[in-house]
Design a protein around this ligand. Structure first.
Ligand code: SAH
Ligand code: AVI
Length: 327
């Protein structure tokens, strides 16, 4: 590992991207015929901690598989990025995987983690600053679906964008293309982009990954109701809802739902919402793409496709893309 003598710096997170309003999203989402709340709201402090627990579960293969790919090929992935380089990570969470890339980078590099979860951002920034004393960490708190503006002094520097975890899978094809295009605009011209994408596989393994035996994914999903009760004066009887994860083979996605066991009324910010027994709130999609499908989407978003790294079992893929300027 190469480290120099520059002082580590990380200030508080910059709110460069507006966070979506939780209250608006919940009130609008519970008013739809199929109740739905965007998965970005699963990540309060408890949700981020539960997600970290998920990453260690035996059924949840994506994290360990992608980690193995990154640890084997990190040097190739960041080769050529010099001391004036910038690493921008979208949905950085705990930034654990990032350490593989950072270990290969030179002193002077700036790391910009972007995440909606402030607790995850701060914890990661502190850990990374301790481990990489020369790293300049500049956290950005906010929704990466909104246009992200890099700090002025970084705009013209060589950059690598990093989007691991198959978080792109939480977006269906049209939204995924929009997001990839917007990341291209956020990054300086002629950037490289490294992105992890979970691959299609048999339904049984997928369903197990989102329905673990210990019930951690259930707790992660149900925590959304706990968050609504706490932050939005909700009165969800959390015990009367259950976690459900189903695979829709036609859409090629896992859907997470919170299903009401009984007919009941729930109140949020003084508004009443009726649930029939068996009715659900749709809380997350997790699309599984083939490598070819993903490359097509990346091309449609204006990226040029580069190298592809996978594990021996082809469970997970990490793609290299090249940027195009500000088109
Ligand atoms: N990159 C990490 C974490 C993946 S979990 C890994 O690979 O393990 C998804 C992360 O994206 C969470 O930290 C969550 O807070 C963040 N996230 C989800 N939706 C987001 C959004 N719309 N804007 C910004 N961050 C988001
Ligand atoms: C962050 N995202 C890609 C995870 C996924 O697999 O869709 C979130 C998750 N949901 C349930 N388990 C993990």
């Amino acid at each position: 590992m190469r480290r120099g003598g520059v002082q580590t710096r990380h200030q508080g997170a910059v709110h460069a991207a507006p966070a979506d309003d939780f209250a608006d999203a919940v009130l609008a989402g519970l008013s739809k015929p199929q109740k739905a709340i965007s998965s970005q709201f699963l990540y309060d402090a408890r949700g981020s901690a539960l997600f970290e627990e998920i990453t260690g579960l035996p059924e949840y293969y994506p994290t360990r598989t992608e980690t193995a790919i990154l640890s084997a090929y990190a040097a190739e992935m960041v080769d050529g990025l010099g001391a004036d380089g910038v690493l921008v990570e979208f949905g950085s969470g705990s930034s654990v995987k990032t350490e593989f890339l950072l270990s290969q980078l030179r002193p002077g590099v700036v790391y910009v983690p972007v995440d909606v979860s402030e607790s995850a951002l701060y914890e990661a920034a502190q850990r990374l600053s301790a481990r990489f004393p020369t790293l300049d960490v500049r956290p950005v708190a906010g929704n990466f679906s909104h246009p992200i503006r890099l700090p002025e002094d970084l705009k013209a520097r060589p950059a690598i964008g990093f989007f691991p975890g198959s978080t792109i899978g939480n977006f269906g094809p049209p939204d995924a293309v929009r997001l990839l295009r917007s990341f291209g605009r956020a990054l300086p011209d002629v950037s490289r982009f490294i992105i992890g994408v979970d691959l299609k596989k048999e339904a049984r393994r997928l369903v197990a990954a989102y329905n673990d035996r210990e019930g951690v994914t259930a707790a992660f999903n149900l925590n959304l109701l706990v968050r609504i009760n706490r932050e939005l004066a909700g009165d969800f009887d959390v015990e009367s809802f259950r976690h459900e994860a189903i695979y829709d083979p036609r859409a090629g996605r896992i859907e997470m739902h919170l299903v009401s066991d009984v007919t009941q009324d729930v109140h949020v910010l003084g508004c009443r919402f009726r649930f029939k027994a068996g009715e659900s709130i749709h809380t997350e999609n997790s699309y599984k793409y083939t490598a070819e499908q993903f490359r097509e989407m990346a091309g449609a978003a204006g990226w040029h496709v580069g190298r592809l790294w996978t594990d021996a079992n082809t469970d997970f893929s990490v793609h290299e893309l090249f940027g195009f300027g500000k088109g």
